[in-house]
Design a protein around this ligand. Structure first.
Ligand code: AMP
Length: 360
């Protein structure tokens, strides 16, 4: 096992080679670390900026052994890496952060909500669904319409469909792939907010100001930060983040998506055990962004400052949006972040832009 804090010159491994891995790798490089990526697809966004790219499936034992031999610590950029991969790495004596507990609770929407409720964190009412026959009774308890989501592997609104009445149960269950699911009561929210927080190896916790998020078609379009929220909302979000970080015995950065209700209450929609799209604003709004913060945490360094130095409006560049790069680059207060992806498929996250303004 490695000795923490890891000195510059150590190597950080990342499972996953997408844009989050890329921005983690760039932050790690700035602190003098080398980065190794394990990613199934060839020429990944993260692989292009890292010193080693291993192109193999996440459950490829030889690839995991090579990663373990190359790295002092391993982290991941998305939560759907197989739990077995973490176990295999641990078997080679490699430290993985965040640990298997964080992955276990966040890979399954039902387990995640049960964990939250057990730790005194509010969520929408929900029921586990194993077959279409479970839906009518659950719908009766939760009220219609309710949102059916696959328990595992859903993201950006994929694997989700509304159930308006019991007669639609079979069709909607089939539409999400007839997989184990969760049925959620509809959250009557006024805003979607999020909070990005980190916990270090010594248990130190750091929380960024909240972001206000706008989605379209289940995909994040913009984050405005710091969100204008009453102190009580901010305090509650800090408390929620703290409970989750402690409960998961967490090391690293975590994103928490929240629904704000008309009466000011916050419900947790989802936890992401990784750097998060709603935290991209920190790159140009804070001295230590979420990517550096995650690197610091997993490397056992002290956590960095989280207060906002300016206000930021982050806009995701999806598909052809990224063709506006020259226009955006000419804006005086915009910082362009592109992910080095070749194929601008509709809806694909190609980059983002942070537009900065003075703090109000
Ligand atoms: P998720 O994949 O769980 O993050 O959901 C994607 C988006 O769907 C969220 O950002 C919300 O806009 C919406 N959504 C998810 N769950 C609910 C819910 N229970 N009630 C109302 N809207 C929801």
């Amino acid at each position: 096992m490695a000795d923490f804090p890891l000195p510059p010159g150590s190597t950080i491994g990342i499972l996953g080679g997408g844009q989050l891995g890329r921005m983690l790798a760039m932050a790690a490089a700035r602190l003098g670390f080398d980065v190794a990526i394990l990613e199934p697809g060839p020429v990944s966004p993260a692989g292009r900026v890292s010193s080693l790219e291993i192109c193999a499936d996440y459950d490829d034992e030889d690839a995991l052994e090579q990663l373990a031999a190359s790295c002092d610590v391993v982290t991941f950029e998305f939560e759907n890496v197989p739990a077995a991969a973490l176990k295999t790495l641990a078997g080679f004596g490699t430290e993985v952060a965040p640990g298997p507990k964080a992955l276990a609770f966040t890979q399954d929407r039902v387990e995640e909500k049960r964990f939250l409720v057990a730790h005194g964190v509010d969520t929408v009412a929900f029921e586990a669904i194993d077959s279409a026959e479970d839906i009518p009774a659950a719908l009766e308890r939760l009220g219609a319409p309710a949102l059916l989501k696959t328990r595992r592997e859903g993201y950006d609104g994929k694997g989700q469909a509304w159930v308006k009445d019991a007669g639609e149960a079979a069709a909607v269950f089939a539409a999400i792939g007839a997989k184990p699911a969760i049925l959620e009561a509809r959250a009557d929210f006024v805003r979607e907010l999020s909070v990005i927080a980190a916990r270090g190896r010594d248990g130190q916790v750091a929380v960024y100001p909240m972001g206000e998020n706008r989605h379209a078609g289940g995909v994040l379009r913009t984050t405005t930060a710091p969100a204008a929220v009453p102190d009580i909302t901010r305090d509650r979000a800090i408390e929620i983040a703290g409970r989750i970080l402690e409960g998961l015995d967490y090391v690293g950065v975590l994103g928490v998506e929240l629904f704000e209700l008309a009466d000011g209450r916050l419900l947790v929609n989802e936890i992401a055990p990784r750097v998060h799209n709603t935290g991209h604003w920190t790159q140009d709004g804070c001295l230590c962004d979420q990517f550096e913060q995650h690197v610091r945490a997993v490397a056992g360094w002290p956590l960095g400052p989280t207060e906002a130095r300016c206000a930021v409006e982050m806009e995701n560049l999806l598909g052809a949006d990224a063709e506006r790069w020259a226009e955006i680059a000419a804006e005086p207060n915009a910082v362009l972040h592109l992910y080095g992806k070749g194929d601008a498929r509709p809806g694909r996250k190609m980059g983002h832009v942070n537009r900065v303004k003075p703090l109000r």
